[in-house]
Design a protein around this ligand. Structure first.
Ligand code: PEP
Ligand code: MG
Length: 887
């Protein structure tokens, strides 16, 4: 095994060993492109160095060997007094970590070799400029001297000379800078800048390894979910010089526009500069078109190489290059990062150009990218005033009046105003306000804070952790760091895709992708591009996609978005609003007659709900779930009601209302539970109050009969929640079957209504073979299954201790957001297999939030589910991912 590999030894697929930069330098070398020679010290070496706390045995010898061949290839010796070889020492991990780790250029220069470089290049100025750059980079990154000390000293020399540009400094000025930099190093490290070229190189290599573990690198990895134990490679490469004069320069380029995906190269070039000058923005760069004017030959070579790279990688590449005295050199390439819009366009363009097949195009885009394209956006051309930047917690563009508490949010929204709820952080009490608001802005908390998680769940735009805002909820205002104040009622705009917060109303445009899904005929390139990808994914996928919808409007929209039915119609919302009173009557009924009267009042309302939904989904399956939540959710809050009754008592009130409230309180007390999620809910309600499920069953059967009467094609399925034992299902099934039979008899028709169950308790998963005897289908409720498997209260834990769990790597994403495949997924797999032992054709779906999560969709496909069901806006995402899963 070796620690070190020559560029000629590797290839692009060896990123694990050589890091991204090293693997791609090797690939370009082997393609015969002009790459300055060099070698890569592997990531394995870094891992060994970090584990042992020092350079591993044998490394020094291998470096010496590779350096010797490099010297031979270049015909020069590192740091030679007359004609020095100079090298760059650069980091390069498997995954790009832009700006997180170290780079040192011009290694090999010292007080004598700088003279040799000046003589050979016939430019004293160039040699001194190169030396001062080495001192600056080495001082900062290897010797840890504060980098401002160097830039301040350089600025002082420029100021004395009366200029702002480095280019105006001559050789003498730069000599002065070199002396100043050496003095800074001496003063701040207590030692002289090392003159020995090999010592410089070894220290630089060490510094790159050490930079793997800086705080900022660790933080970046945590955010980007890059494993901690990969380590970085180090690339040692012969220097080429972009700072040789005006016939030299450095640039970065993309083979296509990474923002829009448009065909045609895109890049920046800077004359007489070394790499970091281009990105640092110290002088204005020129476009590649302008570069053609400056140096036509290098430009042509560059275009030629970019074309070759694209054809070779069959993807958009980004590159770094240098021109040294009219000769082009390639310093880096990789498959480039791009916006979601560019990802879709590039994939489809490449199909049309014959570079890739449609299957591959679908694999090159993701459901998450599609989701981002579906959110409304701020018009980028509009004028806008940035107030602050926080975390992009939940995408979208929201405009509204700032409000600082939920009551105001609800009240203002009810009178038709758009509001943005601004809080330091949110908690479950803010839910009403969050629902009412167009967007949520917080000054504290990360992407997994309560605000972020809940907002994403609801599809609300959210910016969280905007720390420069001083939010004063009592004073109903926030202050921006520069002093601007936004008071209640002032309009702000928040961009959940970028984390930006703007003053005033920034104009918003609807997503063309959503307009396309809605069925609008658009002459729009992006819409057509997405349509082609979706058509291919739909043609490929096995998994069907349904939606979770409980209104006819949502059902119709989801259908336009491609839903193949409803996988979960939650009936609880149908008991809210004005109907709450009817539920109250049911609960407080003193006798059987009272119960029957309350149910009779609810029946026609339920029937109408179901008829409308069956109509919206005519011809497609509609899974209606019987009432699930504990009844107290439909009653007033215990504490509030107790206070109201106590106050009324104290005042001696004896009105009818007061008496009613008092009776109600006894029932609220009776129904109060310490752990309502584990209490009287789901199928248990149906057993405790049989009339309830009977009424719902009847409403469904009658709705289906009504639809048949008008020649519709109703396909209702009744789903029983929270079943743990086959006996529970048996009891409820008998009640439902009787209702269906009665309606069939009354109407003289035959109804096809399947009766199935949710599998959302571990016990049900374990006993799925028995439960399948009485179930026509299964649907995994992975929200409850996750809650019950981990013992995590789904309403509490995400805003409580999850951030600690992320820090400790217990999981890297909330199990409520992306399925815990090993644990909860294991139960899904087992439950499906057991169910099909009993009924080989058992239809199995999933209707928890995970049904719209890309990673989870792949899992559900792999374990053989028939469908996933998700919220309407996630339907296209699930369709795309189901296609990607089989390709
Ligand atoms: C579930 O538990 O996954 C489910 C879909 O039901 P609910 O979210 O309504 O409890
Ligand atoms: Mg559930």
């Amino acid at each position: 095994m070796s620690w070190v590999y020559d560029f000629a030894e590797g290839n692009k697929d060896q990123k694990d060993l050589l890091g991204g930069k090293g693997a791609n330098l090797a690939e370009m070398t082997n393609l015969g492109l002009p790459v300055p020679p060099g070698f890569t010290i592997s990531t394995e070496t870094c891992r060994a160095y970090l584990a042992e706390g020092g350079m591993p045995d044998g490394l020094a010898e291998e470096v010496t060997e590779h350096l010797a061949s490099l010297e031979e290839a270049m015909g020069k010796t590192l740091g030679d007094a007359d004609d020095p070889l100079l090298v760059s020492v650069r980091s390069g991990a498997k995954f790009s970590m832009p700006g997180m780790m170290e780079t040192v250029l011009n290694v090999g220069l010292n007080d004598t070799s700088v003279g040799g470089l000046a003589a050979r290049s016939e430019s004293e100025r160039f040699a001194q400029d190169s030396y001062r750059r080495l001192l600056q980079m080495f001082g900062g990154t290897v010797l840890h001297v504060e980098s401002e000390l160097f830039s301040d000293a350089l600025d002082a020399v420029k100021k004395a000379k009366g200029t702002e540009s480095d280019l105006d400094l001559d050789a003498e000025d730069l000599k002065g800078v070199v002396e100043a930099f050496k003095a800074i190093i001496k003063e701040h490290t207590g030692r002289d800048f090392p003159q020995d070229p090999r010592e410089q190189m070894d220290l630089a290599i060490r510094a790159v390894f050490d930079s793997w573990n800086t705080d900022r690198a660790r933080l970046y990895r945590r955010q980007e979910r890059i494993p901690e134990d990969l380590g970085t490679a180090v690339n040692v490469q012969a220097m080429v010089f972009g700072n040789f004069g005006m016939d030299s320069g450095s640039g970065v380029a993309f083979t296509r526009d990474p923002a829009s995906g448009a065909q045609g190269e895109y890049g920046d070039y800077l004359q007489n500069a070394q790499g970091e000058d281009v990105v640092a923005g110290i002088r204005n760069t020129v476009s590649l078109a302008d570069m053609a004017e400056i140096d036509a030959r290098s430009h042509d070579d560059l275009m030629d190489i970019m074309g070759r790279l694209e054809r070779h990688y069959r993807d958009m590449c980004d590159i770094e290059f240098t021109v040294e005295r009219g000769k082009l050199w390639m310093l880096q390439t990789r498959v480039g990062k791009r916006t979601p819009e560019a990802a879709f366009r590039i994939a489809v363009h490449m199909v049309d150009e014959g570079l890739i097949q449609m299957d591959e195009a679908v694999l090159r885009v993701t459901g998450e990218q599609l989701a981002l394209l579906m959110f409304p956006r701020f018009d980028e051309d509009a004028e806008r005033t940035l107030l602050a930047k926080g975390m992009n917690a939940s995408p979208g563009a929201a405009v509204g009046k700032a409000v600082f508490d939920s009551d105001t949010a609800v009240e203002w929204a009810a009178r038709g105003e758009d509001v943005i709820l601004v809080r330091k952080e949110t908690n479950p009490d803010d839910l009403r306000g969050m629902v009412a608001a167009r967007g949520i802005l917080t000054s504290r908390g990360g992407k997994t804070s309560h605000a972020a998680v809940v907002a994403r769940g609801m599809g609300r735009t959210c910016v969280c952790g905007a720390e420069s805002l001083d939010v004063d909820t009592k004073g109903k205002q926030f202050v921006v760091r520069d002093g601007a104040t936004i008071a209640e009622g002032d309009v702000i705009s928040i961009d959940g895709s970028t984390g930006e917060v703007f003053a005033g109303a920034v104009p918003v445009a609807d997503s063309v992708v959503v307009r396309h899904f809605e069925g609008e005929k658009l002459d729009d390139d992006l819409a057509q591009t997405v349509a082609r990808i979706m058509a291919h994914a739909d043609g490929a996928r096995r998994l069907r996609v349904r939606t979770n919808a409980d209104t006819p409007e949502d059902a119709a929209r989801a259908r336009r978005f491609g839903a193949q039915g409803i996988g979960l119609c939650r009936t609880e919302h149908m008991f809210l609003g004005e109907r709450r009173e009817l539920v109250e009557k049911l609960i407080v009924a003193e006798d059987e007659a009272g119960v029957e009267a309350a149910l009779a009042a609810l029946l026609p309302l339920q029937k109408q709900d179901f008829t409308e939904i069956l109509e919206a989904m005519d011809g497609l399956p509609v899974t209606i779930r019987l009432l699930d939540p504990p009844l107290h959710e439909f009653l007033p809050d215990l504490t509030e009601l107790s206070v109201e009754v106590a106050l009324a008592d104290e005042r001696g009130e004896d009105s009818e209302h007061a008496r009613h409230q008092k009776t109600l309180l006894t029932h609220v007390r009776r129904l109060h539970e310490t752990n309502p999620m584990l209490g009287l809910r789901g199928v248990r309600l149906g057993i405790q109050i049989p009339g309830l499920f009977r009424m719902q069953g009847r409403a469904i059967a009658e709705a289906a009969a009504d639809r048949l009467a008008v020649h519709g094609a109703p396909r209702p399925e009744i789903m029983v929640p929270l079943v743990a034992s086959v006996r529970e299902l048996e009891i409820v099934r008998a009640v439902l079957e009787q209702q269906i039979a009665e309606v069939e008899e009354e109407r003289g028709i035959k109804l096809e209504i399947a009766i199935g169950t949710m599998i959302e308790l571990p016990r049900a998963a374990f006993l799925a073979d028995r439960i399948a005897r009485d179930a026509d289908f299964f649907s995994f409720g992975t929200n409850d299954l996750t809650q019950m498997a981990w013992g995590f209260s789904r309403d509490d834990v995400e805003s409580s201790f999850f951030s600690r769990y992320f820090e400790h790597g217990i999981f890297d994403v909330s199990p409520f957001e992306s399925l815990d495949q090993r644990g909860v997924g294991g139960m899904v797999e087992m439950g499906t297999a057991k169910g099909r032992e009993t009924k080989p054709d058992l239809k199995v779906g999933v209707c928890g939030e995970h049904g719209g999560d890309p990673r989870s969709v792949h899992f559900f496909d792999a374990v053989g589910l028939n469908y996933v069901s998700c919220s309407p806006f996630r339907v296209p995402v699930a369709r795309l991912e189901a296609g990607r899963s089989v390709l």
